[in-house]
Ligand binder design. Structure first.
Ligand code: NAD
Ligand code: DAU
Length: 351
């Protein structure tokens, strides 16, 4: 039985990865390690929490000794490392938290893996680091990020992720740790914390609140349905080559303002509102400092080498996503009120 430690499994993407692995691999023991920051929500995993191959550990990756103890106690075979501070705006107001969680936290996990796997560095074990397209910087109107694009991070968040990517590669070259990395574009789907553009806009439209669009809404993002990202992570974890990096993207570029207009149109239909009602909520606000203009991923490597491609058209993915948020009003209320933090105490501490 393989033991896989998934860090950040109570967050948005992590919860989809945990769900996929717990259901698809009954022979694996899946450990979700998360310290439940504001972005970590165990209610995201209510459907798998009683499965016999799933276990949750509340721990902070910034605590190096604890990471070593966990590796020793659980005989971890592989790591899928998603835990991170993930919101660019928060990194602008509070950069130090990103340095701790994203850089120091990653090094602590690398050290724990190196020590635990010292007799088997190149074989059975695997450290999979999940990163972002933001490490490549900002594109103009044309071009794509490939795996060989030079790093040029421009926010404290992307700089901390870039730093962690370099450290993972350094452990591969220096200590022969078995690693694989991926850099993905913007994800959307269920269970995303409503500080990010799409769930924030859906929630505001439902509540007739303004939709804040930074600057002129001209910035472009390449959107990928989160379940397609989880499938790519599964493929890379099992079939990606040692030391390699894979770019993952949706081939689906949208200017923010066009995306918001599409969202408004679908929401008007779903909420039985007059066409044009939700668009009136669009409010242009002060731009994000250092706002990257455009991200776009060339994902031909993972498509050609591992046979992955995005499964959903964007309009279909948006419909599914909107339906999910509309059907899960309680989840949204809990998250926006802070009540979801009680879930851990209710479900886990009293056991
Ligand atoms: P998220 O903010 O929704 O979740 C992050 C999770 O990490 C939370 O559950 C949080 O509690 C946990 N965490 C944070 N600091 C921790 C610490 N010190 N110790 C233990 N757990 C900690 O993030 P997400 O959007 O799901 O992103 C997950 C990963 O994927 C991140 O590494 C992010 O950089 C990367 N990524 C995200 C996107 C995206 O569009 N969201 C795209 C590409 C890559
Ligand atoms: O590209 C991958 C990255 O995508 C991930 O690494 C990050 O973890 C994730 O948060 C995301 O970063 P972005 O900054 O692109 O996502 P966000 O949802 O914050 O913003 C998307 C775009 O919308 C961006 O151009 C800023 C803009 N925006 C965002 C918010 C929250 C607005 O115009 N208004 C808003 O209120």
């Amino acid at each position: 039985m393989k033991t896989i430690l998934i860090t950040g499994g109570a967050g948005f993407i992590g919860s989809h990865v945990v769900r996929l692995f717990v259901n698809k691999y009954p022979d694996y023991s899946i450990i979700n390690l998360d310290n439940l920051t504001y972005a970590g929500n165990l209610a995201n995993l209510a459907d798998v929490e009683k499965m016999s191959n799933y276990e949750f550990i509340k721990a902070d990756i910034v605590e190096g000794v604890t990471m070593m103890e966990i590796f020793r106690a659980y005989k971890v075979d592989g790591v899928i490392h998603l835990a991170a501070e993930s919101h660019v705006d928060r990194s602008i107001s509070s950069p130090m938290e990103f340095i701790h969680a994203n850089i120091v936290g990653t090094v602590n996990l690398l050290n724990a893996a190196r020590i635990a796997w010292k007799d088997n560095l190149e074989n059975e074990n695997r450290f999979y680091h999940i990163s972002t397209d933001e490490v490549y910087g900002s594109l103009g109107d044309t071009g794509f990020f490939t795996e060989s694009t030079a790093y040029d991070p421009r926010s404290p968040y992307s700089a901390s992720k870039a730093s962690s990517d370099h450290l993972v590669r350094a452990y591969y070259h220096t200590y022969k740790l078995s690693v694989v990395l991926s850099n993905c574009s913007n994800n959307y789907g269920s269970f995303q914390f409503p500080e990010k553009l799409i769930p924030l806009a859906i929630n505001n439209i439902r509540n007739n609140k303004q939709i804040p669009v930074y600057g002129k809404g001209e910035n472009v993002r390449d959107w990928l349905y989160v379940e397609d990202h989880a499938i790519a992570i599964d493929l890379i974890y099992h079939w990606g080559l040692n030391g390699e990096t894979y770019n993952i993207g949706g081939q689906n570029e949208w200017k923010n303002i066009d995306l918001i207009r599409l969202l408004c149109k679908i929401m008007d239909k779903k909420l039985d509102r007059e066409p044009g009602t939700s668009e009136k909520l669009i409010t242009f606000v002060k731009d994000r400092a250092g706002h990257d203009l455009r991200y776009a991923i060339d994902s031909s490597k993972i498509q050609e080498e591992l046979g992955w491609k995005p499964s959903l058209q964007f309009e279909e993915g948006m419909e599914k996503t909107i339906d999910w948020y509309l059907a899960n009003e309680k989840w949204m209320k809990n998250v926006t009120s802070g009540d979801y933090q009680k879930y851990y105490e209710e479900q886990y501490l009293k056991r």
